[in-house]
Design a protein around this ligand. Structure first.
Ligand SMILES: Cc1cc2nc3c(=O)[nH]c(=O)nc-3n(C[C@H](O)[C@H](O)[C@H](O)COP(=O)(O)O)c2cc1C
Length: 296
């Protein structure tokens, strides 16, 4: 009898917990539906600015690849010009300047085959160097792969990332075989043009570490913080990296899980390409001034 009562209590408890997670997730969904940009609706200022930033980045990114197409970027350029017409008066001036530079760099490449020169900030203090000079690198030296010990050191440093209650839910899988890399990257859309990836990492988070409706998004927060620390750890050991998104639907994630034998209890955070930089200048990707982010 006592056992039966315990079973019923446990059952009711998990239904209640499950339903509160569902309710909270639905509320998340409604807020995203309300505020995300919609392809067929007019954008507000922030959505217009994000669109411009993403399109400018497409031009900059293309020019950081080992072999950019030539000519390239006609459609994106049209969209940039349209967005500037619609939002030019209300987006930050430094973003407009960046857009102009990217358009000019595209012309230089398309017409003369000249890539943009190196740019970037100069750190004022030693401790600032790694924070302000890490860049996403999309062109690597073939065959220069970190050894098992070098990779272990990178992961050891990355694991100093903070996480809620020090749960350390992150997991990292490694792929050196180009055939396997291709198979996995077939499920990803941001690797195009990065033709050599000496080492491919896949960062995920084990969601069995989390409890209750309030922790329903914790895996993305801890996973994202770990990802950044991983990029800095890679940099600190003399290698370079490019995070490669896995912004995916559940169906896409399931297909990748199957291809990589990842269990259902792991959420996939991001791919990371890792290697020695080939020397091709990374994309400029300048940042807006702090007053764009720091609110009163
Ligand atoms: C979560 C995440 C996903 C990203 N995905 C891609 C990707 O799929 N392909 C790519 O070339 N760059 C990708 N990037 C790199 C960004 O474009 C880059 O971080 C941004 O432009 C800033 O430039 P920086 O990293 O050189 O400072 C990604 C970055 C992050 C943080």
């Amino acid at each position: 009898m006592r056992r039966l009562v315990l079973w019923v209590v446990a059952g009711v408890g998990s239904v209640l917990l499950g339903s509160s997670i569902v309710v909270e997730s639905l509320r998340d969904a409604f807020r995203r539906m309300r505020f995300f940009a919609h392809p067929h609706h007019q954008k507000n200022r922030i959505q217009g600015q994000a669109q411009l930033q993403k399109d400018v980045h497409l031009l900059e990114r293309a020019l950081s690849l080992p072999e950019p197409r030539r000519p390239f970027g006609a459609v994106v350029t049209q969209r940039i010009l349209q967005t500037i017409e619609d939002f030019g008066a209300v987006v930050p001036v430094e973003l407009l300047a960046q857009a102009e530079r990217a358009l000019e760099d595209r012309l230089q490449w398309n017409e003369h085959g000249i890539r943009p020169g190196p740019v970037g900030t100069k750190p004022e203090r030693e401790g600032e160097t790694i924070l302000s000079t890490r860049r996403s690198v999309r062109s690597f030296v073939e065959g220069e792969v970190p050894t098992a010990q070098e990779l272990e050191k990178i992961i050891e440093l990355a694991a100093w990332a903070p996480s809620v209650s020090n749960t350390q839910s992150w997991r990292v899988r490694q792929y050196r075989d180009p055939g396997k890399q291709d198979e996995l990257l077939a499920h990803q859309d941001g690797h195009v043009g990065i033709d050599v990836i000496p080492l491919l990492l896949l960062v995920s988070s084990d969601i069995r570490s989390f409890v209750g409706p309030h922790e329903r998004n914790q895996m993305w927060i801890d996973g994202g913080i770990f990802l950044q620390q991983l990029l800095l750890a890679i940099e600190s050991q003399g290698f370079a990296s490019c995070p490669m998104n896995f912004s995916a639907t559940n169906a896409q994630a399931n297909r990748l899980r199957k291809a990589a034998s990842i269990p259902a209890y792991e959420e996939i955070i991001c791919f990371v390409a890792l290697g020695r930089p080939s020397g091709i200048n990374p994309a400029d990707s300048p940042r807006l001034r702090p007053d764009n982010f720091l609110l009163d």
